[in-house]
Design a protein around this ligand. Structure first.
Ligand SMILES: [Zn+2]
Length: 67
């Protein structure tokens, strides 16, 4: 499961959260409950062929990846 970082547009709170691949909605800000969030994707290896939870390209990763 990827970890997404968000910045709240209303209170400026930064937080990160695990987001299910089936979840399409942003989570609300845990501080002010706003849903006006800016997503920061910095940790997820979505463009590197990795599984999203590690940087391994091999089958050594136990998460199952996106295949
Ligand atoms: Zn907020």
């Amino acid at each position: 499961m990827p970890i997404y970082e968000y910045v709240c547009q209303d209170c400026g709170n930064e937080f990160e959260t695990l987001v299910s691949l089936s979840a399409k909605k942003n989570p609300p800000c845990p501080n002010c409950k706003s849903i006006r969030l800016r997503k920061k994707i910095s940790l997820v290896a979505t463009e590197k062929g990795g599984c999203g939870t590690c940087t391994s390209r091999s089958s050594a990763c136990s998460s199952g990846g996106f295949t």
